[in-house]
Design a protein around this ligand. Sequence first.
Ligand code: AIR
Ligand code: ASP
Length: 253
Amino acid sequence: MAPRRKKIYEGKAKILYEGPEPGTLVQYFKDDATAFNAQKKATIEGKGVLNNRLSEYFMTGLANIGVPNHFIKRLNMREQLIRQVEIVPLEVIVRNFAAGSIAKRLGLEEGTPLPRPIVEYSYKNDELGDPLVPEEYIIAFGWANQQDLDDIVALALRVNDFLTGVFYGVGIKLIDFKIEIGRIWDGDFMRLIVADEISPDSCRLWDVKTGQKLDKDVFRRDLGSLTDAYTEVAKRLGVLPTNTQPIKPTLIN
Ligand code: AIR
Ligand code: ASP
C-alpha cells in the first residue's frame, strides 16, 4: 500500500509529514517518551494527545500576544498543522529556578531561585547528547549570528514571561523550559519564530503549594504516572474537560 503522505522527519516524540500546501507540515505527537538521550524509553498512552492539545494552547496564547510561532491549527487528536521552518540547531533553555543539569553542574539545590532568568543553549545533536554551547561556538560555527541570538533571547524571555504567568495562574511554578527556533522567509527577509512544541515534555513544572512535579521528570525519575501529571496540567489550564465522562468522537477541522 502506498503511504498516505510523505514522512519528512521522525524524532523521538513527534513525526513530521508533508502538509497540504507548500510551506506547511503536519506534526504528529507520538506516545513515546525518552530520557537521557533515549537511553530510557517507554510508550505512555495518551501523552501524544495531551501534548498536542497543550502545545496548541501555549502557541495560540503566544500568537495572541504577538509572539510569532509555527502553529496554524489543530487537525485532530494527535496532529496539528504547522509552518515549515528551517530549525536552528539549538535547544534554547530558559531557567528561573535551579533544577536538572544546572543544579548538577553548579552544585545548587533544586528549586533555588536564580538571580535572573538564565538563557542557555545546547547544540541539537543526539549523538553528542545535546551539549551545552556558548554563544562563541554558535557564531563561529554559523548556527546563528549575533543578531539572530539577540532576537532569540528576546523571544525566549517573552515566552518565559507568558508561560510563567499562565502557569502561576493555575498554581504551577515554571522552573525551566526548552524551545526551538525556526527560520522562515518572506522573500529575502528572514524571521525567527518559535517552533517544535511547548508541553510538559519540554518544561519543568512544580505545584506551587506542594512542589509536586507535573512534567517529564515524573518519567525520568520514576515518580509515578506521567499521564496523570500531564492530565492535571491540562485540567488546571481548562484544556481538557474536568468531567471524565467518555466524549463522543467528533470531527475537528
Ligand atoms: N529539555 C532539554 N532538552 C530536552 C528537553 N525537554 C528541557 C527539560 C528542562 C530544560 O530543558 O525538559 O525543562 C532543562 O533541562 P536540563 O536537563 O538541561 O536541566
Ligand atoms: N528528550 C531527550 C531524550 O530523549 C532529553 C530529555 O528530555 O531528557 O533523551
